[in-house]
Design a protein around this ligand. Structure first.
Ligand code: ADP
Ligand code: MG
Ligand code: ZN
Length: 475
């Protein structure tokens, strides 16, 4: 029966030696985790007033952004032991071993509370159950079930905080995300230029640098680098420096190290500055429409930091509890979505437009179609000609198209086209009328990589003489 136990291979570190000051460039995530540290230090302060502390915290972000480091820093700051195990280790184990290892891990953790239990790559065990080919991986499911049982089995205030890391939150079993489990989710994004500078400062602390080396310049030159890439970069530079028998790292070593790190990375985004500018124009196109068209939701931030498939992103603050949406709001949404393509076309010309707008155009078409066929918002009048959005997604509406005649179908297409053409013409007009402003915003975005909504609106207001208050802003 001690089979599982003897192979128990979780790690225990009494002291991680990592502090918050060793983690840089991810301030939001750090701030959110301060509370966890406060709890581990003085649980009675929280329990006395009946406050519930999250049992599980899920750190979500691409590899190398500092998730493990962050978890260690929490344990370092709170001066509590750090237990860790990686989800991928469970996968090729014999049936029953994974579950018993989880049991052992939690038994040890309880004996050592307060403490941190860190589960790296939780997606390896935490994938949705029963979705594997051939009925799924029994071992993995048993391990996951054991983990859920353990999480439910101790009170929220027992002093154990479970931190898990993943870059694939979309594949996680919903049961893991339920209240009382990993209900606190924190995004750990790749750093922007300022964040990269801060990370470089952390890793330059123990290295000898020549006077001439400017960390700012390195930060500017390394878009798309994660914290791990930057640490690696300075380490490579130090190795080259030693090999060349120099006193301290000079710009020559940094340059060579950048080349080495870049060569080892896949699909490094935004190094080519022409495409970086194009993406910046595209995003500013979305954001400027969102700021100047009254019925649009306000811009929350514009960024050139890639996430998933997207090279850049514009975030809009959604309306909280709005259930009814007006025709002018939908038109504004369509214009906002078209803003990316319109900017590309107006600035770079017809021949240079890119595939970057494809998902925008999909949403435009879907919105315009629904205006015509579901919401009665076109010249066809108040008719409902199609089922709901979900059916459209399932492809059902394509089967049901025969519900209406070919004649109607042609009129639907004509209406849809009229809506999109009208919105596109207006959107292009916005680009033409605000060309200087757009250039300025793009320069700034290329330099800073992220602009928040207020910064963005302030510049728009300076150029257009429209008072900031009357621009589209959050309430
Ligand atoms: P992840 O767990 O997200 O894959 P890690 O925490 O393992 O990333 O990061 C690997 C190494 O890269 C760290 O040990 C550290 O040296 C460096 N690093 C990554 N992110 C940061 C950061 N935000 N600040 C400072 N160093 C970082
Ligand atoms: Mg890690
Ligand atoms: Zn777009």
């Amino acid at each position: 029966m001690s089979f599982g136990k003897s192979r128990a291979r979780f790690q225990m570190e009494a002291k991680t030696g990592v502090q918050f000051e060793d983690v840089a460039g991810i301030e939001e995530a750090k701030e959110e985790l301060q509370e966890v540290v406060a709890f581990l230090k003085k649980p009675e302060k929280f329990t006395a007033i009946g406050a519930k502390i999250p049992r599980g915290v899920l750190l979500i972000g691409p590899p190398g952004t500092g998730k493990t480091l962050l978890a260690k820093a929490i344990s370092g700051e709170a001066a509590v032991p750090f237990f860790s195990i990686s989800g991928s280790e469970f996968v090729e184990m014999f049936v029953g071993v994974g579950a018993s290892r989880v049991r052992d891990l939690f038994k040890k953790a309880k004996e050592n509370a307060p403490c941190i239990v860190f589960i790296d790559e939780i997606d390896a065990v935490g994938r949705q159950r029963g979705t594997g080919i051939g009925g799924g991986n029994d071992e993995r499911e048993q391990t996951l079930n054991q983990l859920l049982t353990e999480m439910d089995g101790f009170e929220g205030n027992s002093g154990i905080i479970i931190i898990a890391a993943t870059n694939r939150v979309d594949v996680l079993d919903q049961a893991l995300l339920r209240p009382g489990r990993f209900d606190r989710q924190i995004m750990v994004d790749p750093p922007d230029a300022k964040g990269r500078l801060e990370i470089l400062q952390v890793h330059a602390r123990d290295k000898k640098m020549a006077e001439e080396v400017s960390l700012e310049a390195i930060a500017r030159r390394t878009p798309g680098f994660t914290g791990a890439d930057l640490a690696n970069l300075l380490n490579e530079a130090a190795i080259l420096t030693a090999r060349r028998r120099k006193e301290g790292i000079t710009m020559a070593e940094v340059d060579d190290a950048v080349d080495r790190v870049v060569a080892g990375m896949e699909g490094i985004p935004l190094v080519d500055s022409k495409s970086k500018r194009l993406i910046a124009y595209h995003e500013v196109g979305h954001a400027i429409v969102g700021t100047l068209v009254k019925a649009h939701n306000p811009v929350q931030k514009v960024t050139l930091i890639p996430r998933g498939q997207a090279q850049g992103l514009t975030w809009f603050t959604p309306d909280d509890d709005q259930t009814l949406i007006s025709r002018s709001q939908i038109m504004a949404m369509i214009m906002g979505l078209l803003g990316g393509r319109a900017a590309e076309e107006v600035i770079f010309g017809d021949a240079e437009v890119t595939t970057g707008a494809s998902s925008d155009l999909q949403r435009v078409t879907s919105l315009a179609r629904q205006m015509v066929t579901r919401f009665g918002m076109s010249d066809l009048g108040p008719l409902s000609l199609e089922g709901s959005q979900e059916e459209v997604f399932l492809g059902r509406s394509w089967l049901n198209r025969s519900e209406y005649s070919e004649a109607i179908s042609a009129r639907i297409d004509a209406q849809l086209r009229a809506i999109v053409d009208h919105c596109y013409a207006q959107t292009k007009q916005i680009m033409l009328e605000n060309r200087l402003l757009i250039d300025r915003l793009v320069d700034l975005l290329v330099e800073k990589e992220t602009l928040d909504g207020d910064e963005f609106r302030q510049i728009v207001s300076e150029y257009t003489n429209i008072p900031q208050k009357t621009l589209v802003t959050s309430p």
